[in-house]
Design a protein around this ligand. Structure first.
Ligand code: MG
Length: 377
């Protein structure tokens, strides 16, 4: 079996009011790999779609600066780890971290999907089998400037997904002290003490002093964790904060490869580590990062706010990890989350049921791809 064709789709929900930015989850890069015997594998990365498409389509420059299509066409898609290492080495000049690894992540996920379909087993079986049929979910939502609306969204999300823990974050959270404290106070008051509540700072607190003072003020609200209170690579500030506050600290969604996670876990000492399978290097790298998390006694709860491809890849990983008992579940209204995968797994009463279909188990609606594909000059 050989890789015959690779298609990369740059997707974007058209921004409102001519604003050049799109909301989180409103753009997406999908990779479709087709083999010479007709098996199709799907992969995703949450990165800038224009750069990702270029990494596949550009002409190769030299032996450490390859286009991914040149590296992969004609290869055996079942040689997943060999191809991972080949891609890493042959893109080293421009890759190593960031978008280079984002693109590799999408390929890697598609190759696991192909392997599952080829062997006619779910991906979790190829990862060593599953520890659990269901995974507990917590709900994530983006807050509003209007706190009444934020509280209303939290209550509705809690009811819809049956969650016992909610996390909120993204602007306006993280910008002003008044909003940060008041939003948590209002939500804690509305949800009661029995609901787990976490916040995601998304690296918006500008310095260590701000992070320390804000976390001290939030301690009284008994947060389940505070996510990314510092810049992603400021490992020393993470470590200092962890020694000064009682609340658990999490991070890692922006990091790539086991090399960065090794430094992060050893130096920053987070309680919770949150790799994103579509960015960290794919399923192959997530498996390595999970082993590192076990060695460093970190709880691994992957970042999971994208399309149904990300959701499925995350589920198969967690099902096969010894301590993979908690999964983020997005409350995104993005069509890439809601409509792209016809088999999208819902959170029911706070749990997702791991699918037994071969491969990732996704069924991609190519009409959604057509509707949101975009081009640029
Ligand atoms: Mg986050």
């Amino acid at each position: 079996m050989k890789i015959a064709k690779i298609e990369v789709f740059a997707l974007r929900v058209p921004p409102k009011d001519g604003n050049v930015e799109v909301e989180w989850g409103m753009d997406c890069s999908l990779v479709k790999i087709t083999t010479d015997n007709g098996i199709v594998g799907w992969g995703e990365t949450d990165s800038n779609p224009a750069i990702i498409k270029t990494i596949f389509d550009m002409p190769t420059s030299h032996y450490l600066s390859y286009s991914l299509k040149d590296l992969l066409i004609g290869e055996n898609p079942l040689d997943i780890e060999r191809l991972w290492n080949k891609m890493y080495l042959k893109t080293l000049h421009y890759g190593r971290s960031g978008v280079g690894i984002h693109a590799i992540s999408a390929v890697d996920i598609a190759l696991w999907d192909i392997a599952g379909k080829y062997y006619n087993v779910p991906v979790y079986q190829l990862l060593g089998g599953k520890y659990r049929d269901k995974i507990k979910t917590y709900g994530t939502f983006i807050p509003y400037e209007d706190l009444d609306k934020t509280v209303e969204t939290a209550k509705r999300s809690l009811i819809d997904g049956g969650f016992d823990t909610l996390k909120f974050g993204g602007t306006p959270f993280g910008l002003e002290e008044k909003y940060d404290i008041e939003s948590v106070r209002r939500l804690r008051e509305a949800l009661g003490e029995d609901v787990g509540l976490a916040v995601d700072v998304s690296k918006l607190w500008p310095d260590y002093g701000t992070a320390l003072s804000r976390m001290k003020k939030l301690e009284q609200y008994n947060l389940a964790w505070v996510e990314e209170p510092c810049l992603a690579t400021d490992y020393e500030s993470y470590r200092r904060l962890a020694s000064q506050v009682k609340t658990k600290i999490s991070g890692g969604e922006a990091l790539t490869t086991v090399r960065e996670f090794n430094d992060f876990m050893r130096i920053a000492r987070p309680a919770i580590v949150q790799p994103d399978v579509t960015n960290c290097g794919g399923i192959t790298e997530m498996k390595r990062i999970n082993m590192l998390a076990e060695l460093n006694s970190c709880k691994l709860i992957p970042h999971n706010y994208g399309s149904g491809v990300l959701l499925s890849a995350t589920m198969h990983c967690l099902a096969s990890f010894q301590h993979g008992d908690t999964m983020e579940y997005s409350n995104s209204l993005s069509p890439f989350f809601r409509d792209l995968d016809r088999n999208l797994v819902r959170s029911v009463n706070g749990y997702v049921t791991v699918p037994d279909r071969p491969g990732l188990g996704v069924d991609i609606d190519e009409d959604v791809i057509k509707e949101y594909s975009f081009t640029w000059e």
